[in-house]
Design a protein around this ligand. Structure first.
Ligand code: AMP
Length: 194
């Protein structure tokens, strides 16, 4: 593993634990010699994570659509910045550059990006590890809901396992090293012969 892509709030959240988690993750990435790939913003948790990695001497690649640069929130001090034309291009490049994906607490953008890489994973477009950093129990409802998807027959149990979860950045990255990607199709009907 060389680089990890992190999706996280462009807002800081209401609890200091979120900022603290972004900083701890940044330090952990640099301590392990892992580069950061992220959305290139200077705001919220995104900015705190990038600043922490840079201050600790790490490499940070930011990928930001032109439209957001023009709103003057692009981080100006990154190791490498890529300005792209669309969100689609951005998400593809972020995924191509990265060997694993982590979502910290965030809003709709964070969930959308994380679920897109999960979707690609369950369809077999890649088999890179994906994890939720569950700070303050923020993702408890979401992981419960994914269990419900399995119970209700919309998600294969082997694919549910794709989403590794821990409140601790070091533990989550260690889990990635042991990750055994699922080798099953997503279509439950075909398996049941319905
Ligand atoms: P949200 O969770 O809605 O704040 O969105 C954060 C996620 O969406 C990040 O992982 C980014 O890749 C992307 N994103 C949302 N807002 C911005 C922004 N202002 N600048 C750069 N990326 C953003």
């Amino acid at each position: 593993m060389k680089r990890i892509c992190v999706y996280l709030g462009s807002n800081p959240g209401n609890h200091p634990a979120y900022i603290a988690a972004a900083e701890t993750l940044g330090q952990e990435l640099v301590a392990r010699g892992l580069g950061l790939v992220y959305g290139g913003s200077s705001t919220g948790l995104m900015g705190r994570l990038a600043d922490t990695c840079l201050a600790a001497g790490g490499d940070v690649i930011g990928i930001i659509p032109k439209r957001l640069v023009e709103k003057e929130i692009a981080h100006q001090g990154l190791t490498e910045s890529h300005v792209v034309n669309s969100m689609h291009e951005r998400k593809q490049l972020m995924a191509d550059f990265s060997d694993a994906f982590i979502a910290l607490p965030g809003g709709i953008g964070t969930l959308e990006e994380f679920f897109e890489v999960l979707t690609w994973n369950q369809l077999g477009y890649h088999s890179k590890p994906c994890g939720l950093l569950d700070v303050n129990g923020y993702y408890a409802c979401l992981t419960d809901h994914m269990d419900r998807m399995v119970q209700e027959g919309f998600l294969v149990a082997d694919h549910r396992r794709m989403v590794m979860t821990s409140p601790n950045p070091a533990t989550l990255i260690d889990m990635f090293a042991d990750y055994d990607p699922p080798h099953v199709d997503k279509w439950i009907e075909m398996k049941k012969g319905l």
